[in-house]
Design a protein around this ligand. Structure first.
Ligand code: ADP
Ligand code: MG
Length: 313
């Protein structure tokens, strides 16, 4: 380990990065656009590390894994790979870009390492019969109707459709204990990317075709690591009630019970804000101290408790 002010032995914080903190418009930005956005996000994360937080990073992969699937379906010369293998590819792809950007920001800290992570799911999870996880590009209604894969209306505007795949509940991180040891030793880790590679354990481990929700997997990781804070970074400063209406109101400080009441009232978008809110509620219920939803530019203010949706017992 290099020369560092990074302390070991304190409780880590898990920071989950949403697609918009990594990618250009609608997941179709050029590599230069991606590098610029990732560099901006890395600067915010680096600020937290320099302020003394032990950060463990996770990230989503919806746009990237959907793009990979389309790329391989577009060629006939090479064999198709199953979705679990593509999730693994995106863990390396995004992990690489993030760790490079962070290492460039944090020349005095230890280097970030990306850990390929499998996550156990239940083979009988009803999600396998009801694909809900949007991946890849957005389509118009007529484009979507012509696709050979399942699509769903997941947004508003002229291109509201996306491919959807099953998104079972994450049950356990296969490498959970090893990750705990790495973090306790003071390593800066990027893990559980894309929600983890979905696998079932039936005698042996076996990959399954799905994409786990990264917010739920991040909660599992944060609880497993005994993190005191779970921060979910996305493209809105707060979770809101009456979202996108004239009565929109930010949720600032609230208890998990209050947040659950808003969840039950259907205040949060399915597959977008809802899994974040659920992850926050579960994290506090499983003995986490604090869960926060905000956007990267407010990370430091949110860690200071000054903005973002702050959930505490
Ligand atoms: P990420 O890639 O960070 O997971 P998502 O698109 O899945 O981002 O989730 C963030 C989006 O959730 C916001 O851009 C917003 O459009 C949507 N959303 C739905 N309901 C709400 C709400 N009640 N408050 C805030 N954002 C909401
Ligand atoms: Mg999301």
């Amino acid at each position: 380990m290099g020369d560092t002010s990074h302390e070991t032995g304190t409780d880590p914080i898990v920071v989950a990065l949403g697609g918009n903190t990594l990618l250009g418009a609608h997941g179709l930005g050029s590599i230069d656009e991606q590098l610029e956005i990732i560099a901006r996000t890395a600067r915010q994360i680096a600020g937290a590390i320099q302020a003394g937080y032990d950060v463990v990073l996770t990230h989503g992969n919806g746009p990237q894994v959907g793009n990979l699937l389309l790329q391989q379906e577009g060629v006939s010369e090479t064999p198709e790979l199953p979705l679990d293998v593509l999730v693994a590819e995106t863990q390396a792809q995004i992990g690489y870009l993030l760790q490079q950007a962070l290492d460039n920001e944090l020349t005095d800290s230890p280097d970030f390492i990306t850990v390929v992570t499998q996550v156990i799911v239940d083979p009988d999870d009803p999600a396998f019969q009801h694909p809900t996880k949007p991946i890849g590009p957005f389509y118009t209604e007529s484009e979507a109707a012509e696709k050979s894969f399942e699509t769903r209306r997941v947004a508003t505007g002229d291109r509201p459709y996306r491919r959807v795949v099953p998104s079972p509940e994450p049950v356990e991180l296969v490498e959970g204990e090893e990750l705990t040891r790495l973090v306790e030793r003071g390593n800066l880790v990027i893990t559980a990317g894309g929600g983890g590679i979905p696998v079932v354990r039936d005698g042996a481990l076996r990959g399954v075709e799905a994409v786990v929700d990264k917010d739920k997997a991040s909660q599992l990781l944060a609880s497993e690591l005994d993190a005191d804070t779970l921060v979910i970074l996305t493209d809105v400063e707060f979770a809101y009630v009456n979202y996108d209406t004239p009565d929109q109101r930010p949720l600032c400080r609230l208890s998990p019970e209050e947040l659950r009441a808003h969840l039950d009232a259907g205040e949060f978008g399915e597959g977008s804000m809802q899994p974040k809110v659920e992850a926050c509620v579960r994290f506090i219920e499983q003995s986490g101290e604090r869960a926060v939803i905000t956007s990267p530019e407010y990370l430091m203010d949110a860690l200071a408790g000054e903005t973002g949706t702050q959930v505490r017992a």
